[in-house]
Every structure is written in structure tokens, then in C-alpha cells.
Design a protein around this ligand. Sequence first.
Ligand SMILES: [Zn+2]
Length: 557
Amino acid sequence: MSDLDYLGRHDTRLEFQRVVNAARFIDQSGALPKLAALRAKMRAGRGAGGRPGSVTDRAILVVLFLLATEHEAMHLTLATHTVRRRLDAASLRYLELHRFDELSEVQVYHRLARALQTLIAPCDPFRGPRRKRLTFAEYEQLVNSRDIEAVERLNDVLHEIVNDLVFSSANADGGQWIAQTDGNFAFDGTLIKAGGGRGTDKKFGRYVSSEPDASIYFRDGDHSGTDISAGKKKFAKHAFGFELTLATMTDNFRVGRDGEVHQQEMPHVVVGIGWDGASRAPGRNAIRALKSVPAHGLPVNLGLGDRAYYSGAKTEHFHVFASAMGFKPVTEYRVDQLGKQDDYRGALQVDGWWYCSTMPKNLISATKDYKDGLIDKKTRNKRVEARRKYAAIRKSRPDSEGVTRWSHPVNLGHRCNPDRKDADLFCTQKTISIPLAAGLKHAQEFQFESPEWKAAYNLRTTVEQANGGLKRGSTHNLGEKEKRRLRGRTAQFVLAALVVMARNIELLRLARRKQEDVEFAKSVARKKELRKSMPYNSARMNDDEREEIEKAMAART
Ligand SMILES: [Zn+2]
């Protein structure tokens, strides 16, 4: 024996039980039959059946998922090593890889590589060459050859399959946590850097990036960089890659009849993800991630998103779908969106809520006046509180058409005279039906800046924690493109999903340990208190820096 033996990082065997447990999440997801159906459909079109791969979808997914659970790079060389050196005979049989005993390393590598291609091909909406850089003309031709509707349809199916995988991990530990959710989900996009970041070949103008379906990312209001004026670009972080949109389960949250907020801590697992080139269509990507919630039978309640979504996205891309799924918006506004936003038959929409149109001007502009530095925080809070007197009372949730019923505030006395000349339906009739289109973009579940709104919006930090956790260099390191060297937008999506799954399982293991070990739970709670004063979002930016940047950005809009 040499003194080098047993010191390699990958010299340990994987226990059979570990393989079985990893496979369970793939098997229970329901993704495999959907993949098989897609492949059958693709082959049916071509007549002759493809060669049956010698590595199944299941086996390649399980092996890559095992690497993800170890925070390892998901490279085919490591997958090859795992199959040849780290799995025992029982595991190989369990994954139908037992015939690989006599194969050389190179042969195993090629079979795994082919298995991955076979896995991706039927569900890849963005097919194209992966091994060379295309010229501009070639890329243009490729994009033009894509049938946009077919791409969209397949992209939906791809998201469904990937989110089946993600959900099976969120549903771990017997589904005990998922079963307890009261349906509050936060969502946000995060940049996942891609290889091929050299981007376009400016010098000779001949080639596009070797990862042409990725794109430049700007971190600002709507992630697109479009509202960044020249000279202010230093405020935008930009990089080349994909945008991963996460939908995370937040703590349970309920406002009692007394106005008191009741909260129950939950593990913040990711239940759905969306994938796109960076900075393309945040609204659509959020919908792709959120669809996983009703698709897996979860209750739908609050939908917590920042300005990139409710304030920035087009209503026909985002709000209409979010509302149809039943998500109740909790969000914030760009400074130019504060104050009066819409009106309907005598009802004024101010900061997302309906009010009697006799509400005084200084109450209407309270949040804007604060952002403009005209009043202090205390005055703003007082005025926001004073709005309650003028606030409409919600009588019904949206019906199948999205229509809601609202009744006029009572006890307004002489402030609202229904016999006045300009009184519209809301003040005379007292209860009105408001169609979906009126106020849809800026609607809020709670009165903006009220204590219950603040408590609810605070739940959104869970999605930032998920971003941070996935990108933590010491563990999942999803931000590091070297850990995912496969080319292709869809391959990268599947690898990202496996990392999300690995993190979900770690979160649920942590939750279980907290249930079983009171001392441990206490120490975690203490650390959480400490962390509140720590830098924001995986130590890149703290709250003050963020506020300063937001102020500067808001000042320009
Ligand atoms: Zn009125």
C-alpha cells in the first residue's frame, strides 16, 4: 500500500442505502415517465426507434444527484469515477449499471455522456450545436429555425418535469412540512453564471458566445438593465449567464381578526424553479416557478415578489397568471408608482388598495412624500394608519373572471356626502364590483407600509436566503460555472435543479434535527438572531448599502 492511498477526496465508497435514498427522490418525482413519453413522441415522428441507451435516465440522474448531495462538481469525469470506483455491486445492479464491470474508464465516460444527451434531447426546447462557437449568421439561422410556439410548449413541459424533481425533494421527510404550509411563497431571480462568457467576438465580429442562449445580467429594478441611465451603470452588477428563478415556501403567516400577525417557522424549501437567459422575462419566469405550487396540490395564498415582478413585469405576462392561480400580491413599488395608481367608479387605488375618493391629498401622497424626503418615517406611518378610515372593505375574493366586490368605508360621516354632485357609484351605491383589469398591476393583499404588510413582505427574505445558500462557496457553490461544465441551456437547468434538490434535503434534515434536539434548535435560534445584524445576501451587500443603492436608483425614476 502506498502512502497516497485513502487520501483522495473520492476514495470513499457510497453506501447502498445512500444510493437507494437518492434514487427515491428521482423515482417519486414522476419525472421519469414524462421523460420517456417525450422521447417516445420524438422518436415516433422519425419512424425508426433510437438506439436504447445503455444508461437509463434514472441512473444518470441518480449519479449526478449523488454528486450534488456531496457538493461536488457535476462533471462527467466524476460521474464516471463514481460508477467505476464508488458504487458497490448492489448499487450498480439497482441502477442497472452492473454490465459496466468490464468496461474501461473511457467507455463508461462515453456511455454516461450519451445518456445525458439522451436525457436532455427530448425535453430541450433550445436545441443546437454545443461543441462549437457559431457565427452570427449561423446563430441567426438557428434562432429563425426555431418555431416559437413549439419552443414555448416544450419549455413548459421541461419546467413541469424539472419542477417534479424539485418538488419531490421539497416533499421529503414524509411530506410533513409541505403538508403544513398555508400557501405563502416568495420568488426571485438570481444570476447563474455560464461558460462562454467571452460573449460576442467584438474584434472580428464573427462569432456569438459558445453559450448563445445565455445573456448579460443586470441587477436592478427589473433585471433587464433597461432603466439604467449612462453613467449610473456602476449600480448594476452585470455578468453573463442564466437566470434561475426560485419559488420558496415561507413561514406560515396569518393576520387574525384582531389584526395581530401569527407566524409559524417553516423550512424554506424551494418548491419550483424557472430558467431563462439572464434578464429576459422575469415575469414569465416567476410564473414558471410558481406553477409548481398548484401543480403539486399545495394551497395558494401570499405571493411575495419585489419590484422586478409586480411593478416591472407586463400584466399579461405575470399578474394575470399569478392572480388566476390565486396568489395574493405582497410587493413594493418604484417611487413613480406610489400614491394614486388607478380609479374605478369613484374608488381610488392608492398604493394597491381601494379608497373612497374623498381621502385627503396628504394621505394619498403619504408614501411618495416620504420617499421624496418631504416627511419623516413617523409622519408617513401616521398617515398610512389614517388611511384606514377611508379604506374600502374587501367583500369577496376574485371570482372565476377575477371580479372582486368592495364596500364603501362606513363612519365617514360628513367627509363623504353621497349626494354631492361628483359622487360616483362607489360613494352612492356603497358596494361595487371591480373587474380584474382595474388596479390589477398594483394590487396588494395588505395596505402598503402597514404593520401587517411589513410583516408579510419580510417573509420575502427567505428567497434571498435560498439564493445565498445555493451559491455559498463552501457548499453548493451554484454560482461557480466551473462546477457545471456541460454546455447547453437545458443541461445547465437540469444540473441547477439537482443542486436545488440537494439543498432542499439539507434544509429538511436540519428541520428534523431541530425537532429532535432541543439544544441544537436553541443554538440555531441564537445564531439566527446574530445573523440579523450580518451582511445582506451572502455577504455581498448589507441592508444599508442596498438602501443607498435603491434610493439612488429610485431618485432617477
Ligand atoms: Zn365615498
